[in-house]
Ligand binder design. Structure first.
Ligand SMILES: [Zn+2]
Ligand SMILES: [Zn+2]
Length: 280
């Protein structure tokens, strides 16, 4: 985040926002700037890619499903934007730790003796680590004493749209995003790779809520796609994973997607429409 903060300082904050007497490396100034950048950046990714997915990928016929909630899209966006707003506060403290040099983020590929291979290994490590942690955090969110206080808000939406991707109780959203932020404090990671992965995970989260249940055959068993995740919204105790099905298989919570067995939300709508046509 120090690169992003430097650019924001040079282009906006130093010339137009802060008094010249306030140094760029002042702790309070850095925290305020990081909060603005994090909040605006996350809202832009959520609303921008969410809208793109909603208009270009999401099948609007799904809105005819009987479990599609009244005013659902508006409620998802309200919850999503307010969650990002509140989540930005604790997230900024972690970004502040990075900017102050407490993480293992590095700048140059050659800073590591392994060079480029390490970049690819760290991407694989990041995906494995965050997928594992999110699986267990998410599963814990379904514990009967926790669920109703936090995670239930995300499960109001049984047939999610891309805007449900960030529609969480802020504490739930923050806890599920924690593995992304903790990783660079434990393992070395290139700064640009980290920023790219942060954008990627946000887009991935949107994609598993986009209602496009297709997946290339060989990947169905490996990748946790929208078809898997809609079953999580519908049947709760299955498919807690984020990118892969690995931990659901190990944790005995894997469910083969109903949408790929001809029993998904689209099939339900088709059946209802056929029944209506018959009775008319
Ligand atoms: Zn859940
Ligand atoms: Zn979801």
């Amino acid at each position: 985040m120090d690169h992003v903060l430097n650019i924001a300082d040079r282009v906006i904050f130093t010339p137009y926002v802060y008094p010249a007497s306030w140094p760029e490396d002042g702790a309070l100034r850095q925290i305020i700037s990081l909060w603005v950048v994090t909040n605006l950046g996350a809202q832009l990714i959520y609303l921008g890619f969410g809208a793109l997915s909603f208009y270009c990928v999401f099948d609007h016929k799904l809105m005819k499903h009987p479990q599609f909630v009244k005013n659902q899209v508006r409620r998802e966006i309200q919850l999503g934007t307010s969650s990002i707003f509140w989540m930005s506060f604790p997230t900024v403290l972690l970004f502040f730790g990075e900017v102050r040099g407490y993480s293992k983020l590095y700048d140059n590929v050659n800073d590591s003796s392994l060079g480029w291979p390490r970049i690819f290994l760290s991407i694989a490590g990041f995906l494995f680590f965050t997928d594992m942690c999110i699986y267990w955090i998410h599963r814990y969110m379904h514990h009967k004493h926790i669920y109703k206080h936090l995670h239930k808000q995300h499960h109001i939406f049984k047939i999610p749209t891309p805007f449900a991707s960030h529609a969480f109780h802020p504490l739930d959203g923050f806890l599920q995003s924690l593995p992304y932020h903790v990783y660079p404090f434990i393992f070395p990671l290139h700064k640009v790779v980290y920023l790219s992965l942060f954008i990627f995970v946000n887009i991935w989260t949107i994609s598993i809520h986009d209602g496009d249940y297709r997946l290339p055959g060989p990947l169905i068993c490996l990748i946790n796609g929208a078809a898997h995740h809609v079953d999580h919204h519908l049947f709760f105790n299955y498919n807690y994973g984020q990118y892969f099905t690995l931990w659901d298989r190990l944790g005995n919570s894997y469910r083969h997607p109903s949408a790929l067995l001809g029993r998904g939300p689209h099939d339900h709508i088709r059946k209802l429409m056929a029944e209506t046509a018959q009775t008319q």
